[in-house]
Design a protein around this ligand. Structure first.
Ligand code: MG
Length: 499
């Protein structure tokens, strides 16, 4: 991988890269402001933070639009390198977005989302959908307006999907779910009948000390190879990863004081995101290429580490000494029991608590609902009822309250329609990685011996290092020779849970 030695030899591309530096700096500031908002910002400071973010967004919009002339000029060049094409693709998409969507709409969306977010928290706490409903209506209306401004082929939802996952369409997602859902239902039925994987485990209700859990996390981060001088671990309501730069990544987790596998899964998941950011080729820093190509690819990293590695027999055995050292109650359990605890299977109402098999049911439900909302086939007021019926159809249980139904996730209140499907893409791509990486190494052996560096190296060489040079579909084609193939995930789940 020496494609990065000279970022670009094309003078126009060099100019674009130069003029992109202040935009990189604004993105750096957005990341820091967003991280602070979720971790340390006093609750009363949300208004000035919202104001600052809106002002900076307008600055960014100006800077991006100012590049449109250079982009059109450079697009005429015939001898562009892969890097050059990547720069044009990424900046071209940004120019396109900010040119088509007027700043008044962007501002209105941001303001509505900020208000809706506060109302959603309250509505969720009281479990009253009706409080959130007018904001959901307004947000859907604004997002539909956004799709009109952006333009689309086929379904209007395509315009929203493309923002998070370049080139992804309703046809792609329909094809994935129509293959995935029936097979997952079959797997779930068999696993539930066989009872090899428990629906409940005594360790679920075992309380732990936060200080002890922090030690477990630090040991895990060392094991995963997270470089101490390049990351922080803090606490937030919803665990997340935020990258400020190639050598500055922040992850968060939360401590609920009970059911320690949750805290561990959060840390491994977020480390997966962090390792991606830390392994992007440093020569791409300060350029438009220093990002992952899509949310689906990013999520594939967190899911690969969390599930395919983190919930494997070898890994749960590998970390057993770390657990035993810090959590005295673990000593009463054999390796096999710890593995079973990490792999409980049961239909549940809450997405973030779902197991590897049922997780995608939660996503297909949200995807179907969003598609209908954006097409105008279902109204905001119908959501709780439709949600409930779809939960029964996919998962076999119905929520008793709005809080454990349509109010559980933050995404809609933030105006993030089109985001949810990328979670399932993450699972699908992680399945493709699992299939492909085992052709190059003995994955199980490497995990068993704690040689996780071999996995990190493979991921850097094949995925991370490239940053945003290739579109998500191009990158998959290059690595796997196929794109969003759900059969790899199905094969993995079948071999893990049914053999
Ligand atoms: Mg994630």
């Amino acid at each position: 991988m020496n494609a990065f030695v000279a970022m670009s030899e094309n003078p126009r591309i060099q100019q674009i890269i130069e003029k992109y530096k202040p935009i990189w700096a604004l993105n750096h500031a957005f990341a820091l402001l967003g991280w602070d908002l979720e971790t340390y910002m006093p609750t009363g400071a949300s208004e000035p933070r919202g104001f600052a973010q809106a002002q900076l967004t307008m600055l960014k919009q100006e800077r991006v639009i100012a590049l449109s002339g250079l982009i059109s000029e450079a697009q005429k060049d015939t001898n562009l390198s892969e890097n050059d094409k990547g720069v044009l693709r990424i900046v071209g998409r940004e120019v396109d977005y900010y040119t088509k969507v007027p700043s008044t709409l962007i501002e209105q969306l941001q303001r509505t989302a900020t208000e809706a977010n506060v109302v959603w928290r309250e509505a969720r706490r009281k479990s009253e959908f009706s409080k959130f409903q007018p904001y959901l209506e307004k947000l859907v209306e604004l997002k539909r307006l956004e799709t009109e401004k952006l333009g689309y082929h086929g379904h209007p939802y395509n315009a929203l999907l493309d923002k998070f996952e370049e080139g992804l369409t309703v046809d792609d997602v329909d094809a994935i779910f129509s293959r995935l859902v029936p097979r997952l239902k079959q797997i779930l039925t068999k696993v539930t009948a066989e009872k090899r994987y428990p629906a409940h485990h005594p360790l679920e209700s075992q309380k732990y000390e936060e200080a002890a859990m922090k030690k477990v996390n630090m040991d895990l981060l060392t094991l995963l190879g997270m470089p101490k001088e390049n990351f922080r671990l803090d606490i937030s309501t919803h665990p997340f990863t935020s990258s400020m730069a190639v050598n500055d990544v922040r992850i968060t987790t939360r401590y609920e004081g009970v059911d320690f596998k949750e805290a561990i899964s959060h840390v491994i998941h977020e480390s997966g995101h962090a390792i991606y950011e830390l392994q992007i080729d440093p020569t791409l820093e300060y350029t438009p290429l220093v990002n992952a190509p899509s949310l689906g690819l990013h999520e594939s990293q967190s899911r690969f580490w969390e599930n395919f590695v983190g919930r494997s027999k070898e890994f749960t055995k590998l970390i057993h000494p770390i657990l035993r050292k810090n959590l005295p109650f673990v000593s009463g359990y054999e390796d096999d029991e710890i593995y079973r605890y990490f792999n409980m299977i049961r239909p549940s109402l809450i997405r973030v608590e779902a197991d590897e098999i049922t997780y995608n049911f939660h996503i297909v439900l949200r995807y179907e609902l969003e598609k209908r909302l954006i097409a105008g086939d279902v109204s905001a007021s119908e959501i709780p009822a439709v949600w409930s019926n779809m939960m029964e159809e996919y998962v076999g249980i119905k929520p008793g309250t709005d809080a454990e139904g349509s109010l559980q996730d933050i995404h809609w209140s933030s105006g993030d329609f089109g985001y949810f499907p990328t979670y399932s893409l993450g699972n699908v791509i992680a399945g493709m990685i699992f299939n492909r990486i085992r052709k190059d190494m003995n994955l199980e052996e490497n995990i068993k011996n704690g040689r996780l560096i071999e996995i990190r190296k493979w991921l850097r060489e094949h995925i991370h290092g490239w940053g945003g040079i290739y579109s998500p579909k191009e990158l998959q084609q290059r690595i796997f020779g196929e794109v969003y193939n759900p059969d790899r995930l199905i094969a993995y789940l079948e071999s893990k849970f049914l053999t």
